[in-house]
Design a protein around this ligand. Structure first.
Ligand SMILES: C[S@@+](CC[C@H](N)C(=O)[O-])C[C@H]1O[C@@H](n2cnc3c(N)ncnc32)[C@H](O)[C@@H]1O
Length: 269
């Protein structure tokens, strides 16, 4: 499935006057935005293997079952706003979102203009309003790296719950699940743009480190870039305890939306 927004992509190619495009190697830096090289490529890459429409359907079904009056949603770590857009357009829900990365917030706002999108850190946000559901999908919680950060985020999720509201968190993997050294290659193509992404997983104690090497072919030539993402590895019991510690009663579904599991929680009575 190709994304209609692929044409928004912009690139910085190195092309000497009159010469062939050169490969540009970006140095790794310490930007807090882990998708700093790929925010504009995100929809192109992920829509090539992730079925956002099906996920939005499953979330809407789940919400209808556990909270039939659910109307308003906050999508935390919303990325490009794909879930937000689909939950609103296809399922009639009112969806706002937040993300740490201003590039994602900008893309989400353009994609779903009726939603409010906030640039904020999920461990410390106070929007002054409450929602029927707070979502945190596609393992975004793993980016918090430590359980103490997870607890801070869950406390913020709880603070934003309307009475009877639900929190839905799609986790990253538990320790001992990921295979160190595992390499995956994804290729995505649309509108004259071709991206090859090679990812390599390393595991160090309770931290997984994903190295993404991108080769981006566009009308201006080819660009190479690298990102390193670090995600914490938490057991299901540690996650359940973290929910409990902030006054949320959670259940764990081992399969969830995409096989990574799902935590579904309500405020403890
Ligand atoms: C794997 S992407 C998931 C995006 C989106 N939920 C989806 O399903 O496509 C992880 C997202 O988490 C965001 N993120 C990472 N750390 C964050 C933080 N501390 N606060 C808010 N967002 C954060 C990243 O900017 C990125 O958009």
């Amino acid at each position: 499935m190709l994304c209609a927004r692929a044409h928004e992509l912009t690139f910085n190619y190195l092309r000497p006057a009159g010469g062939r495009p050169q490969l540009k190697r970006e140095p790794l830096d310490r930007s807090p935005y882990v998708f700093r090289e790929s925010a504009e490529l995100y929809d192109l890459i992920y829509s090539s293997f992730k079925d956002y429409s099906q996920e939005a359907r499953d979330i809407a079904l789940l919400l209808r079952r556990i909270h039939p009056h659910c109307r308003t949603i906050l999508d935390v770590a919303c990325g490009t706003g794909e879930h937000a857009h689909l939950l609103a357009a296809d399922h009639g829900l009112q969806v706002d979102g937040l993300d740490l990365d201003p590039a994602f917030v900008r893309i989400a706002r353009a994609k779903h203009p009726v939603g409010e999108f906030y640039e904020a850190d999920m461990v410390d946000f106070h929007l002054g309003q409450r929602y029927d559901a707070v979502l945190c999908l596609f393992s975004s919680i793993g980016y918090l790296r430590t359980l103490s950060n997870v607890r801070r985020a869950l406390a913020c999720f709880r603070e934003h719950l309307a009475p009877g509201g639900v929190v839905i968190v799609e986790p990253w993997f538990a320790p001992d699940v990921l295979e160190p050294g595992h390499t995956t290659t994804r290729t995505a193509e649309a509108r004259g743009l071709r991206v090859v992404r090679v990812s390599q997983t390393e595991v160090q104690d309770r931290l997984s480190r994903l190295r993404f090497d991108y080769e981006i072919h566009g009308p201006g030539g080819v660009r190479h870039a690298t990102e390193v993402h670090e995600l914490g590895l938490f057991t299901t019991d540690e996650m359940l305890r973290s929910f409990e510690e902030v006054g949320l009663l959670a259940e764990h579904d081992a399969q969830g939306l995409t096989g990574r599991g799902l935590f579904v929680a309500k405020a403890a009575a």
